[in-house]
Design a protein around this ligand. Sequence first.
Ligand SMILES: Cc1cc2nc3c(=O)[nH]c(=O)nc-3n(C[C@H](O)[C@H](O)[C@H](O)COP(=O)(O)O)c2cc1C
Length: 154
Amino acid sequence: MRLLEAARLAPSACNRQPWRFAVALTPEVRRRIVEDGFLPGLGMSWAREAPVHVVLGMERSVLTHGVAAAVAGVDYPWLDLGIAGEHPVLAAAELGLGTCWIGWIRPRILRRIVGWPVTVRPVAVITVGYPRDADPRSTTGSRRRPMDELLRWL
Ligand SMILES: Cc1cc2nc3c(=O)[nH]c(=O)nc-3n(C[C@H](O)[C@H](O)[C@H](O)COP(=O)(O)O)c2cc1C
């Protein structure tokens, strides 16, 4: 609930809060998510071992998908979902838990597994568990682009 609360409090364009969450705890539902709800090819059967799967869904909104996106050229609900998904990831790291975003999904099948209406589109799954590495943040630094490739001071 601490992770989900961090997600619920995320900011969003026009405060539309387009996110929905489904939490799979039971082994049978997690098995279906991994075997049927993920696309093949990336070898993600390891995800069955993660004790919690959070399915992130997006509720379609005419205001932010249609009007604002057309005017600004930015599809805000996708941005909102990224923020709302990363909040629990950061909260998990604070608690010493490990997470992994899974975007290689079959949205229609996942929607059926979760039982959402057609207005909610599954966007990603975030697995939560106990990392083998004691510090889940310890390996990330070296695998990132150096700052001078990314940053421009003006
Ligand atoms: C939007 C998004 C989608 C991702 N999809 C997958 C995925 O489908 N399968 C997977 O194993 N990892 C996936 N990842 C994890 C990335 O591969 C990983 O974060 C990246 O390689 C950096 O590794 P690190 O976070 O361990 O440093 C995804 C990450 C993000 C942010």
